[in-house]
Design a protein around this ligand. Sequence first.
Ligand code: F6R
Length: 613
Amino acid sequence: MCGIIGVVGAVDALPVLLDGLRRLEYRGYDSAGVALLHGDSLWRARSADGVESVADLIAKCDDGPHDCATGIGHTRWATHGAPGEHNAHPHVDCASGIALIHNGIIENHHELGDELRGRGHVFTSATDTEVLVHRIEEFRREGLTLTEAVRQTLNEVTGAFAIAVVDAAEPGVIVAARRVSPLVVGISEGATYLASDIPAIMDKATSFFSVDDDQLLTLRAEGVTATDLDGTPISLAPLVVDWDLETAQKSGYPDYMTKEIHEQPEAVRATLLDHLDKDGTITFDEMRLSDDALRAITKVTLVGCGSSYHTAMVAKYAIEAWARISVEVDIASEFRYRNPVVDETTLVIGVSQSGETIDTISALREAKSRGAIVVAVSNIVDSSMAREADAVIYTRAGLEICVASTKAVLAQIAALEVLALRLAQVRGVLSTERVVELFHQLTSTVDLVAEAVSREAAVTQIASQIANAHTFFFLGRHVGFPTALEGALKLKEISYVHAEGYPAGELKHGPLALIEPGVIVVALATDPALHEKILSNIAEVKARGATVVAVAADGDERIDAVADYVIRVPATPALMTPLVDIVALQQFAYQMAQSRGLNVDRPRNLAKTVTVE
Ligand code: F6R
């Protein structure tokens, strides 16, 4: 996590850095800082309170760093060292001439730190990062250029990093490098930029390049040169950027979460586009896997984290129902440590909005090393996962900025259900007529999602009435189970209320002991086949004093008699109900957070892209 940005060239660096950091705050906002090369000295400002307080600090400064051509900035999500000014980046060397920002974790920082302290270096932070700048300082003292000093340092390091370094003794240069943690480069007439993510520099640069693992960059006003960590020159791969600045702004919505909830019909529509040929064949242009390869698959394993894990669970039901292949779903961080049984006939699918989540990347690498066919489902074009996998399926939700995922979740479900149809078709399990019929059902969910989004006021009204509750259980069966998990996760992460998602059938095996007056049970009751069972579960919790909020389809006449509150959603084919039910649960969580006066876009302790294990 953490956001990094840098600029060198014919621009005033400070506003570029602050502007970029504001757009990167979704990656972490525990603290922030900038460093600029000012004449022949280094100027640094840091704050424990994020980007705006860095801007305030600088505004109050009479001899502030104006018209500097080179600078770097950082917004932090703390891993090693508590949030605080002394741990905020940039970190500097003993002489305060070199400044460095870092995203990632330096795993051997203890050993390196002990050695550096033994040679007299004074550390001022509790971070894993600071070792880097002191080691670079040593190599600089030996007469190495900044680029060579960074290269030598990184060759001693284990762990993950995206770094950017400036040195007052070598003005007009930023040296940067990447291993695991994301980094992109942007170029415009007379200026060169780097950032953790495109939005930070989207409106500044005119062409963009991705940086791969173990690539070292030297940025100057006139462009960038790149080598690997052995010094062999390489060329950076151009990056396709299909967003504009408007997509990175709130566009009149009060926050990104509301905007992104409202963008969901479009996210689903765009994701489904162009997947059905005129002859009824389901296609994936970017997938690069032959029909024969798909026919040879004996098992599908899906991996993901957080919400992406939940959408993977939804996919399990669809793939098993339509393609009749056995499906396993694993939390990505568990997959590679359990000696998974996968081989060349296993299709392993990594599901991720960012395509950069380290646990999911690692799981895919593990699967690949065991010979599996690896597919990435990614919302970001050319993400690390997209580049490393054998094939990629892009969700087309557009840029998602709110930390809590919304539109990417729906887009993933849509994409994975189309994949389920593709598998069913190529393996001859479903006829083309049936596949086309199901695909059309999927496309008609676009209107159903829009209808669900439009019912915001009704959900808000119900959520407001129970806003003071402290304990929530979300219960569902079949795809209602992952939907329940997703509803509970959204509530936890943005309103800090304790919530658990449960398969409704498990209720009697423990959780029922926790049901008492004051507990809220949110019951997913939209699947007609399982309606009776959910009504029984509702009766069980009602009998123990719980207040029940049911999510039920239009036309469900029995639900009013048993639930205390009913959130109505449009009736939807069973396997597609998560597409509408999740919308209602997002709105529910949103209102709970609003009632508590919380910032929905920036939940405490969280960051959007988790690039550390
Ligand atoms: C929840 C949320 C997270 C992400 C998880 C995986 O609202 O946003 O749980 O789903 O961190 O991220 P990606 O999908 O980028 O791999």
